[in-house]
Ligand binder design. Structure first.
Ligand SMILES: Cc1cc2nc3c(=O)[nH]c(=O)nc-3n(C[C@H](O)[C@H](O)[C@H](O)COP(=O)(O)O)c2cc1C
Length: 164
């Protein structure tokens, strides 16, 4: 089974979880970046929160030339939580690609569980033409690194095993 972990990360938490999933499942890691970066100070919360809330779709850096969602049987899609929603970069990604009823697994990393669940719900609602086969909220994944590793390994391994 060909798997990709597609993710955006600003401060590394979602990247940390994406690394674990990729290692555990043998997936390709595809990091999404916006062309314009958020300011590296307090204004990132204002600007990022505003963009998320109003579903702004920022321009993304180009992915590798041969990247296509069609090359994969399963996609993990990971996002940080901004203003109770998925990040604008993931918003751009899900509108720019046609998933053709592909199986996807969603994960989100936030500061609190309620907010992270909300972000997952909004992503599940907005992503089109997919079969959502799994979902997981990670709260402060960097704070309990070992626990996060064990959780992410067990969860992703079982998920993939059940799909094979
Ligand atoms: C602009 C912005 C808005 C955020 N809003 C929320 C929020 O509404 N709820 C929450 O739980 N965490 C919120 N956070 C915290 C991040 O979701 C959390 O730190 C996450 O783990 C960061 O992921 P990353 O390290 O992959 O970028 C926000 C962070 C930023 C930068």
């Amino acid at each position: 089974m060909k798997i990709a972990v597609i993710y955006y990360t600003l401060t590394g938490s979602t990247g940390y979880v994406a690394d674990i999933i990729a290692r555990e499942t043998g997936a390709d890691k595809i990091r999404i970046n916006t062309k314009k970066k958020l300011p590296d100070n307090f204004f990132k919360y204002l600007k990022g929160g505003f963009q998320s809330f109003f579903k702004v779709k920022p321009e993304l850096e180009e992915l590798e030339k041969d990247f296509s969602v069609n090359n994969y049987d399963l996609l993990f899609i990971g996002t940080p939580v901004w203003a109770d929603k998925y990040t604008p970069a993931i918003g751009s990604f899900i509108t720019e690609h046609n998933f053709n009823n592909k199986k996807v697994v969603l994960f989100a990393c936030g500061r609190d569980v309620e907010s992270t669940d909300k972000a997952l719900s909004s992503l599940r609602k907005d992503i089109k033409n997919v079969i959502v086969t799994g979902e997981k909220a990670f709260v402060e994944p960097i704070k309990g690194k070992n626990e996060t590793r064990r959780t992410a390994e067990g969860w992703s391994r079982e998920l993939v095993k059940n799909l094979q």
